[in-house]
Design a protein around this ligand. Sequence first.
Ligand code: PAF
Length: 293
Amino acid sequence: MSVGPQLFEDIDGVRAYVRKCQAAGESVGIVPTMGALHEGHLSLVRASTAATTRTVVTIFVNPTQFSPDEDLASYPRTLEADLNALSGLAVDAVFHPGPEEMYPDGDALIHVVPSVLDKNLCGLVRPGHFRGVCTVVAKLFNIIPADQAFFGRKDAQQAAILKRMANDLNFPIRINICPIVREADGLAMSSRNKYLNSDERMQAVALSRALAKGKQVIADGEQSSASVIKVMRDCLAEFVLVQPEYVSIVDFDTFVDAETIGPSCLAALAAQVGPARLIDNMQVNGVTGECEM
Ligand code: PAF
């Protein structure tokens, strides 16, 4: 019979557990999540269990990364199903604190603020979002002094910002950015896909299809980002339930718009599909394999 992960709800408990593991010479991986786990998260867990001897998954719907008009209240909270999904994956511990454990004063008074990497894409349309993400991940890195952390490339801007944060603030942790996991039709896995009804779910394929079209015209020789963006927008326009928010081509080091297609380009888009705000991205520079982030 497989024994499930040990569940911690308090900071002292999980910190003591991690310190004990490290004192015994074990390496610890952390997989920060907001729960509602899907195959994308599980791929991060597998990457962690392959690279370290102990894996801690954190499940915390972080209020400070949601603005007041966003889906904090309705964000899926599925702890039991999440623990089931993790059983059998060699996860050692789950840290599932309440908001009062993480933010006893309602919010932190000191925040971690990304300087320039959040001036475009999600950072532009969700002001304060990456400040909330950086602050909670910095807290998690302090609570769980892991050796390695695992994040998904679907949130490419988040991943780049967190990698930079770990570097700039000297967290002694290796940040691993893992590939996007997609449904059979190309839709990137996301906890927010749960919001989609069947019509919306069918149309949500628009995001990956638009990115693939962009990549194709680049492979055919198109060098102008504006032209590629037009192709992607035209593709999205074929799907009546899809409302684009941004469609961009950026340099994946700086997240600044790229006028022409270069070797470090990422196409990224966000769209509202029914009640779900979905994002996706794809490396479009024609180089085989994933970009080095
Ligand atoms: O990607 C997420 O699920 C969240 O932004 C994270 C990194 C767990 C911080 O709350």
